[in-house]
Design a protein around this ligand. Structure first.
Ligand code: FE
Ligand code: FE
Ligand code: ZN
Length: 284
């Protein structure tokens, strides 16, 4: 069965988010590690942790994905910005690992003018503060659209980051379908070629999660504009090709489309129906 969920609010806590995901007929979810625009977070009690574990166990959840805040820029040349990002990655790798969350994804960052190489060096030094090598969690680098001075729009840049860290065995990749498409990887006409390229540069075993999004912006535009599945420039057929690909279909998929929980619930059901999976509501 497909492992799919969407990005969930943690306003009701992490167990509340998991329960809301179950009600959406999802069997995984993505959550922010903390307030995405600020820096605050609420500690998770032992009781809540137990409830989170029980919900995941009883509903056969696949790997849960935690997403670091967007305000974090490990590539930054500005000392205070970089120090903040280092603090976030140190705390969040440890906090998410302690919750038994399988993967933590973050945007590599924007170099804001110092150049790709210097930016990548900053990212590597930051990751080395956060990853001790003793954790079970895997830190995922997200493929980016390449807007502005964003790092990570090419597989080669992601490879350079992974190769540079002290514990590369704890670092994997999260592929965002919207971002790779707008970065210029043609998953619509040549998914096979894109996956071959990924395999050649990074190795497909490093791919641990997929952000499943359609794209409002056209191919190669380097614009990051998510669209509802089937309503963008990638389209339903190509996204079904991703979902059904033998090398991808067992990965966890996370929707980040511009819909609320009710909309995501319908989107998940529509995807399962398109894939010919039994409707979990009717029990058929
Ligand atoms: Fe992201
Ligand atoms: Fe994403
Ligand atoms: Zn995006």
């Amino acid at each position: 069965m497909l492992t799919i969920g969407s990005h969930m609010s943690i306003a009701d806590g992490i167990a509340g988010a998991a329960q809301n995901a179950v009600e959406m007929e999802a069997n995984t979810m993505q959550i922010f590690t903390r307030n995405p625009r600020g820096s605050g977070y609420r500690a998770c009690s032992e009781k809540e942790r137990e409830r989170f574990d029980a919900i995941r166990r009883e509903n056969g959840f696949g790997p849960v994905l935690a997403h670091a805040p967007y305000t974090m820029n490990l590539a930054s040349a500005r000392e205070s910005t970089w120090e903040f990002a280092c603090m976030v990655i140190r705390e969040d790798v440890a906090r998410m690992d302690a919750l038994g969350i399988e993967n933590l994804v973050f945007h590599p960052g924007s170099h804001t003018g110092i150049g790709v190489c210097a930016g990548i060096e900053n990212i590597i030094r930051g990751l080395d503060q956060g990853i001790t090598g003793r954790e079970r969690i895997t830190v995922l680098l997200e493929t980016m659209s390449g807007k502005g001075t964003e790092i990570g729009a090419s597989f080669e840049e992601l490879k350079a980051i992974r190769d540079g860290v002290s514990h590369p065995e704890r670092v994997g990749i999260c592929l965002d379908t919207c971002h790779v498409f707008s970065a210029g990887y043609d998953i619509v006409h040549d998914l096979e070629g894109v996956l071959e390229e990924f395999d050649r540069v990074l190795g497909l075993p490093l791919l641990r999660a997929i952000h499943l999004n359609d794209s409002l912006a056209p191919f190669g535009s380097h614009k990051d504009r998510h669209a509802v599945i089937g309503e963008g420039q990638i389209g339903m057929e190509a996204l079904l090709g991703v979902l059904e690909h033998p090398r991808l279909k067992n990965l966890p998929f996370y929707l980040e489309t511009p819909l609320d929980d009710g909309g995501h619930k319908r989107e998940i059901r529509m995807i399962r129906q398109q894939l010919g999976e039994a409707d979990p509501v009717s029990g058929a």
